[in-house]
Design a binder for this molecule. Structure first.
Ligand code: GDP
Ligand code: MG
Length: 304
């Protein structure tokens, strides 16, 4: 019998290392907005969602946002915050894209976004293949795309389907039903089921992908999440006083829609998935699957 060697100490080492390095995490917010713009509304709440994510309770310990420069192609707006909690540092960059699919002719309207995502893989690759390379390659790869589906209550539009098919092959995608306060609870549920059906019918694998569940506990947890996707979210950047509590919400004539109240919307599920429960998994799949596919494709191309 071997004596106790203390291998579990490696866990502590990993933790210390991760804490020293901090985490880097990029989320990209994408939308195709057509009908909403026609009826006079300017957007689906992407920019609002950026603020919602940063203002939500989770981030009460947040340091002020930094304007860390990101590659500014196609007028992408990036906001970076360094968040510190119990000695863990998280550098969170949220990139906000302008509306896509707003034109009458939406042919290839996804090209700039896919170009941007692949561009970040290319930057990483170019650093990685250098003979003398940096120990820590700066990571600007997109780890997750939050895809805003307009709350039509019908089904996915052909444009959504085409874009999602391409997007899911390139990056982790979490679809959400935008501005969900415009749908009743029953409408949200029926819409969600229809979207899930469309995704299955068109073989679109959004995050968390079934094929990457590693064990039974992953499968149990992720099945529950898959059942709730797309989350019906509401965004807000204003705080209000409700029963003596300060809450983030949208004030209407009939009351306040609280974004962090699960009885009102599913924003907390989105936030928890992206930050609490699946942050590292999103990074791992980006590196081990999406980036790897890109790397293999590019290296094959240059050897051909
Ligand atoms: P973007 O064009 O997608 O970036 O949309 P914006 O964030 O600029 O939001 C457009 C408008 O919709 C603003 O007036 C927001 O206050 C409003 N808005 C944002 N999120 C929501 C939401 O969840 N529900 C409702 N009803 N309005 C929202
Ligand atoms: Mg905007």
């Amino acid at each position: 019998m071997l004596g106790h060697v203390g291998i579990e100490a490696v866990l502590e080492q990993l933790k210390i290392k991760a804490m020293k390095m901090g985490f880097e995490f990029n989320i990209m917010v994408v939308v195709i907005a057509v009908i909403w713009l026609l009826i006079g509304q300017s957007g689906l709440g992407k920019s609002t969602m950026v603020n919602t994510l940063f203002k939500s309770k989770m981030w009460k310990s947040t340091l002020p946002g930094l304007g860390v420069p990101m590659p500014q192609t196609l007028q992408l707006q990036s906001v970076t915050h360094i968040i510190e909690e119990n000695g863990v540092k998280l550098k969170l960059t949220v990139t906000d894209t302008p509306g896509f699919g707003d034109q009458i002719n939406n042919d290839k309207c996804w090209d700039p976004i896919l170009g941007y995502i692949n561009g970040q893989y290319e930057r990483y690759l170019q650093e990685e293949i250098l003979i003398t390379r940096q120990r820590h390659i700066p990571d600007t790869r997109v780890h997750c795309c939050v895809y805003f589906v307009p709350p039509t209550g019908h089904c996915l539009r052909p444009l959504d389907i085409e874009f999602l098919q391409r997007l899911c092959r390139t990056v982790n995608v979490v679809p959400v039903i935008a501005r969900a306060d415009s749908l009743t609870i029953e409408e949200r549920e029926a819409f969600r089921r229809r979207i899930q059906h469309d995704l299955r019918a068109h073989c679109i694998e959004v995050y968390p992908q079934k094929c990457f569940d590693e064990d039974i506990s992953d499968r149990i947890l992720n099945s529950k999440i898959r059942d709730r996707i797309p989350f019906a979210v509401v965004g807000a950047d204003q705080e209000h006083l409700v029963n003596g509590r300060c809450v983030l919400g949208r004030k209407t004539k009939w009351g306040i829609i609280e974004v962090e109240n699960m009885a009102h919307c599913e924003f907390p599920l989105l936030r928890d998935l992206l930050i609490r429960s699946h942050l590292q998994d999103l990074k791992d799949i980006t590196h081990n699957v999406h980036y790897e596919n890109y790397r293999v494709f590019r290296l094959n191309q240059s050897h051909a």
